[in-house]
Structure formats: C-alpha cells, structure tokens
Design a protein around this ligand. Sequence first.
Ligand code: ADP
Ligand code: 5GP
Length: 192
Amino acid sequence: MSGEGKLFIISAPSGAGKTTLEQMLLDSELDLIKSVSATTRKPRASEANNRDYIFLSKDEFAKERDEGKFLEWAEVFGNFYATPKTKVINAIEEGKNIILSIDVQGAEQVKKIFPEAILIFIKTPNFNTLKSRLEKRLTDSNEEIDRRLEVAKDELAKLDMYNYTIVNDDLDNAFYELKNVIKKCLEKEKEW
Ligand code: ADP
Ligand code: 5GP
C-alpha cells in the first residue's frame, strides 16, 4: 500500500439513505473501512453496540470528550455524536481508506483538520420523499421526524462545502454513482 489512506465524509439529511448506501459500499469490492461513532442516543432495535455506534451515557461521553479522544463532536437532534480520533488517524497513517458518516457540523470540523478529506452529500429528490422515508423507517416518533425535517433544511443550505452531491432516488443508481465517485478518488491516488 502506498502513502496515506483517503478520508471520505458522507453526510445527508436524516432519512436520505446514508446508512443504507454506506453499508452497500462496505459490502462492495472497494477497499474501505468505517469509523464507528460514539453517541448518547438510545440504540434502535436493529442496532448493536460497537458495530453501528458506540453507545455511551452523557457522563461517559463528556469524559471521553474532555480527555481529547474525539476528532470532532456535535449535538444533533438533542443527542451527542462524535468520531473517535485514534481509528481515523491510524487508518490514514496505515494507508487504509476510511468513511465517516457524520453530520454537516462534524464535516466542517474534520475538513479543517484534514483539508484533503473528500466530502459527499446525499439527498433525496425532494422534501416529500425524505418525509416518507423517515415515516416508513418506523424508528422515530412524529415529533422526532418533524425535528429531523426542520434540521434537513439547514443542512441543505451548507451544500457548497461538499465536493460531490448524489441524489438518492433509485437506490441502485445512487449506489452506482457513489461508488464511481469513490473509485475515481482512489484511482487518482494510485496515479501518483
Ligand atoms: P439515513 O441513514 O440517511 O438516516 P437510512 O439509510 O436509514 O437513512 O434510510 C432511510 C429509510 O429509507 C430506510 O428505511 C431505507 O431502507 C430507505 N431507503 C434508502 N434509500 C432508499 C431509496 N433509494 N428508495 C427507497 N427507500 C430507500
Ligand atoms: P442517527 O441518529 O439517525 O443515526 O444520526 C443522526 C445524525 O447524526 C446524522 O446526521 C448522522 O450523520 C449524525 N452523526 C452520526 N455520527 C456522527 C458523528 O460521529 N459526528 C457527527 N458530527 N455527526 C454524527
């Protein structure tokens, strides 16, 4: 393996399909690993500790944050989320390509630390599609869905910061596009 690994950041309004697409990337032939975030959010029925998130209490989160263990952290929808620092730094140094699936506040912070990070934004073709995906997912209350939709508007206003935008309408098409973007970025590295 030559040189440093690449850092990809994927952001999306909640419900746009980021987790689904990220899993497809990890299952593909591309040489990628993922950063597992820490959160104070309660686990969903399908989620496992250390696989989907590292689930922490508010006190545990504050302790790790104060000890400098996070690359970035943010409050999203009333919960705290953070990227553990060591795995990301080690991956880059060891030439492994790593994906961070984080919100726009986190992306902004990581871009300052690693200006060469590649930022990809995933969105739905329109607002109604986003609403219906959140409803169909059956993981959030109506109140929580409204909150997520409100935040989505602010996130879309920050699109300029991103290198690529992918519209997740048909899932297979979106995956094809996303994979091609990542492939191209990885191939560029090999040319050097
Ligand atoms: P996010 O991680 O961005 O919050 P998810 O990956 O959990 O979003 O997707 C939200 C819901 O929408 C899930 O139920 C998922 O199966 C569904 N979904 C994702 N992409 C598509 C798509 N292209 N068409 C229809 N449903 C989709
Ligand atoms: P969810 O609760 O739906 O899994 O995620 C809610 C939001 O938190 C999403 O926008 C997701 O990208 C973001 N998020 C997940 N992990 C992190 C993280 O480590 N840092 C930041 N800043 N945001 C995160």
